[in-house]
Design a binder for this molecule. Sequence first.
Ligand SMILES: [Zn+2]
Length: 318
Amino acid sequence: MKLILAIDVGGTFTKLGLVSIEGEIISGRLFKTGARQPFNEFKKKLSEEIEQLRTTTTKTYTIQGVGIGAPNANYKTGEMINPPNFSWGQRVPVKKMVQQLLNFPVYMTNDANAAALGELYFGAGKNMKNFVVLTLGTGLGSGIINEGRLIYGQHGMAGELGHVNVFSEGRQCNCGLKGCLETYASVTGIKRTVYELFADSNAESLLRSVSYEDLTGKNISEAANEGDIIALKAFEYTAQILGGKMADTVAHLEPEAFILTGGLSQAGDLFLKPLKKYMEAALFNTYKNKVEIVLSKSTSTEAVLGPAALALVGLKLK
Ligand SMILES: [Zn+2]
């Protein structure tokens, strides 16, 4: 059986999987990334976990190649470039490290690009050729599929919609710029909005007693579902900003759909309905009522399907 070794490096957990060409996860493992520990520690742990994965998989198989998805990873250089929340340095040579560990072809790209390929071959984008994946988690990641191919750009960093500008003197972003989309349209962004609304309004809210640290996308959606005015306003404002920027993206690419994933997307209709409304309102006439907004169906254990798809494309098996 021909399999891909897929590695999804996250800020908290790293997931490993042996994945078939059809996208079946034959076996998997999960371990703490240790993003704040030295990179060498990660290397040691990764090598042990891969060994465990390979020895505990009972089926007979051959590994064809390795796919890696990681935050801020560059497809062309094989490095993670200034990954926020990691203490591994400014240019982290992850691809080279994995190549030294394993004697297989290795492919790497950023996590949102990998997710877009996962959707294209195994997920909600299976029957589409033109779509944009938005990962709405701690930050906002994006991957663009055009005519059935992932867009990399000249230097391997295309599709950073999280850092398009919303307000020129807006919120401070981790990247050094001000007013980036991800400071509004992400789980962190909606938390900042909730706190802004607290300051501007006297309205009672279930969320006022929750500390900023304890505030999550989940408890904001729960409050909104109970009719909490602040929570509802926070979703409305987030949808207004993101919907406007999605309309801009439509003008650039004319996709058939946006596929949403990540913590903020789990709010479902609460977020999707206003998002659709604001996107439609901002669309150029010819694009109106043609672009769908859908939710990704893939679960967190299926995060390895993205990097697996990346390697399959690289090996020309897809
Ligand atoms: Zn930014």
